[in-house]
Design a protein around this ligand. Sequence first.
Ligand code: SF4
Ligand code: SF4
Length: 112
Amino acid sequence: MTIFKKLLYRVCKAIVMPETEYEGIPRNKIPWDPKIDYSKCTTCGKCIEFCHMNVFKLENKNGKKITTVNPNACVVFCRGCENICLSKAIDHPDETHTQTVINRLKKQSNPK
Ligand code: SF4
Ligand code: SF4
């Protein structure tokens, strides 16, 4: 299975049941979530419509609309929403860094 097919499979699976772990590591320990550049975000709502994991939400804070993020609902290594944001306001962490963290956590949980 190609990397793309594997990712697509995991996204589809996560829609039914959000990932609580990734490769045996608790999801909340993995640094992978969309970062919003609020100087660019226009609160257009496209990311909310697009992401089936309900990672994004439009909230009212101090009388101002703001797009918020539920970080642990994001599918690890998915970048689907980056290209649909016309303002280029969405970015994700560096994949190599995230993979390094995952490898370290795997070693710690299974030292041999
Ligand atoms: S698609 Fe981009 S500009 Fe629109 S709400 Fe999401 S982050 Fe903001
Ligand atoms: S990368 Fe974007 S579209 Fe994919 S799960 Fe995360 S927030 Fe949703």
